[in-house]
Design a protein around this ligand. Structure first.
Ligand code: KG4
Ligand code: ZN
Length: 356
């Protein structure tokens, strides 16, 4: 029986300080030995968004004991860890630097390989923590900072098929929540409020619905919500706005995902696997709509478990595990990369004047 790699993963790109230890069984199925996530929601609540300096300070205060806790809970002896994988980007540079420096120091002190991880690749590979998933596959990555369709050809090998030209989907949920007076991050609350509302009460715009392939746009939706939110008179009005917003998102994502299928199938007709990852993949309505769409189009749908949709370090360790097996190690001078697209060759498609 060969010794299986044991990987320590560290994540600090935004407002979650996280550490995890994973390994794999004889069949190569990953095993999570520990997965510790400490959220900073309370720190940023009163500011309505993540404040970089406060986030960095909170990471610094917690990183030592979060890593210690992850090692303790894994029941692994520290000297049996084979490599350490830290998120190096994208994210807030002051936050990234905390987990990155910690990981490098740990690797150096223990004399083990260091692996730098793209946070988005962590989301992309997160379903591997509970499902057998082979390349290639179509990925929809929907988080607070990114919304993209990508053809995943292998580790480090991504082809972007579509992206948002303005807000990310999670951002659209958070901004709508803010206009309804819900504290940051309000995305998950919208789903709860929507249960009690009338989804047909408000007709909201669907930006670039009939053009732009599988590119996405949500900024116009926010402007429309801003207008209707000025006339809120009751709690029921809030429920109706949340329900109408979510229904509009479902319609947009249904159409755009169909477009992404068409785009993906140009090169991958025989590999119809669709993976959805990132914080918004926790939304049950979006999940069930996409599962139905996959059934209609003969795709196998794969989602990470709800607790691994948001930011965590098990997904960072997962990338570390794959890279370890490929001996893809990094030097200790690997920089923090605030901007680090998965498909480096794809055009930057954000801002006014983008032509689709
Ligand atoms: O992946 P994630 O934890 O962090 C980033 O890398 O951005 O995603 C966080 C985003 C937030 O915008 C949050 O509001 C959204 O995911 N989110 C949801 C739900 N749960 C989290 N949005 C809609 N419905 C949910 N249930
Ligand atoms: Zn994330």
């Amino acid at each position: 029986m060969s010794k299986k790699p044991i990987i320590l993963g560290i994540e600090s790109s935004c407002d979650e300080t996280a550490a995890s230890v994973i390994t794999e069984n004889e069949q190569g199925i990953p095993i999570i030995l520990s997965n510790i996530v400490s959220s900073q929601v309370e720190v940023h609540k009163e500011f309505g968004g993540v404040v970089p300096e406060l986030a960095a300070r909170a990471h610094i205060e917690k990183i030592d004991w979060i890593v210690q806790k992850a090692i303790d809970e894994s029941k692994i002896k520290i000297e049996n860890i084979d490599a350490v994988a830290s998120t190096a980007g994208p994210g807030l540079i002051v936050c990234l630097s905390v987990g990155l420096s910690f990981g490098k120091s740990f690797a150096s002190a223990m004399n083990i390989p260091f692996i730098s991880v793209n946070h988005l690749e962590g989301h992309a590979l997160s379903p591997k923590l509970n499902s057998v998933l082979n390349y290639p596959y179509l990925l929809l990555l929907i988080s607070g900072g990114h919304s993209q369709y990508l053809s995943v050809e292998g580790i480090g090998n991504y082809k972007r098929l579509g992206t948002t030209i303005d807000d990310a989907l999670g951002e659209a949920f958070d901004k709508t929540a803010k206009l309804l007076g819900i504290e940051f991050p309000g995305g998950p609350q919208i789903e709860i409020l929507a249960e009690k509302g009338d989804p047909d009460k408000y007709q909201l715009p669907k930006p670039i619905f009939h053009k732009g392939g599988c590119n996405l746009s949500f900024a116009g939706l926010k402007t429309a919500i801003l207008k209707v939110s000025k006339n809120i008179k009751s709690e029921q009005d809030k429920f109706d706005i949340a329900a109408s917003f979510q229904k509009t998102i479902l319609e947009i994502m249904y159409k755009k995902t169909k477009n992404a299928f068409t785009e993906y199938e140009k090169n991958n007709l025989n590999n119809k696997t669709f993976v959805v990852a990132g914080g918004v993949a926790a939304n049950k309505k979006i999940r069930s709509m996409l599962i139905n769409l996959c059934e209609e189009n003969n795709y196998k749908s794969i989602f990470p478990p709800i607790n691994l949709c948001g930011d965590n370090a098990a997904m960072i360790a997962m990338v570390g595990l794959e890279k370890f097996k490929l001996k893809q190690f990094n030097n200790l001078d690997f920089p923090a990369k605030p901007r680090w697209p998965l498909d480096e060759s794809a055009a930057f498609l954000k801002g006014a004047g983008v032509k689709l």
